[in-house]
Design a protein around this ligand. Sequence first.
Ligand code: NAD
Length: 252
Amino acid sequence: MSKRFEGQIAIVTGGGGGIGSAIAKRLASEGGVVIVTDSNLEGATEVARDITQSGGRAEALQADISQGAECRRLVAEVLKRHTRIDVLVNNAGIMRRGNIMDISEDDWNITFAVNIDAMFHLCRAVIPGMIAQGGGAIVNTASQWGLHPAPNHIAYNVSKAAVASFTQNLGRDCAPHKIRVNGVCPGEVHTPMLEAGVKRSGRTMADLDRLVPFGRVGKPEEIAALVAFLASDEAPYMCGSLVEITGAQAVA
Ligand SMILES: NC(=O)c1ccc[n+]([C@@H]2O[C@H](COP(=O)([O-])OP(=O)(O)OC[C@H]3O[C@@H](n4cnc5c(N)ncnc54)[C@H](O)[C@@H]3O)[C@@H](O)[C@H]2O)c1
């Protein structure tokens, strides 16, 4: 495995979850010191422990990033410990099902707080340091559904469309500072979030696999490989880009 993140400090939000844990492990396996942050401290701690046990460097930090103050506290704590942040992966996200009439106001609000407002707060806290150090990389997890909406997920889809636009805007504004901002738009990926959705819909994982031309849904490690590429110096001219990773699946 190459060591593209040797000497770098990386924050991964939602690092205790399916895709976030794969991203944290990938960045650590390539030499990064990874701050695994999640509202679920137990999940984050387990991931940080796995990384440490396999010879990598990671620290678990709890933060509820739906709160702006928590985002600022998280970044301040990382800067206190490590003095710099090279990579920010805004991966945490939640999915609340429902069309405009079904979804509750609370579900609408929390979806936006976690999926997009947190990126605003975390980027504002991280970017001044990246400017001072001469650059950095930010990778945001949007979704294929933010570009091509699936039915009955209006809050999720609109929040992910906002992530896509936020990524393009931030990429454009930060490019002169050599801060590269890019986004990934996964189709369905086998994680706890997907399993919960499948259970609610009455379908099985095999049903989902059959809907993908590639023959199966994605694996967290496949998203992690793309995130690592975008965050690394191997993508020096990628900025403001959105990359779909879907196994050629069209949204049905
Ligand atoms: N799984 C998929 O099919 C899929 C497809 C496209 C995009 N995505 C996106 O990928 C990202 C990761 O999803 P996943 O499938 O790994 O989900 P997951 O549920 O396994 O992980 C999400 C993590 O975010 C954390 N989190 C939720 N609210 C938080 C908060 N307020 N503060 C801090 N952490 C919080 C959760 O505790 C969890 O560990 C999300 O942004 C999701 O929208 C997932």
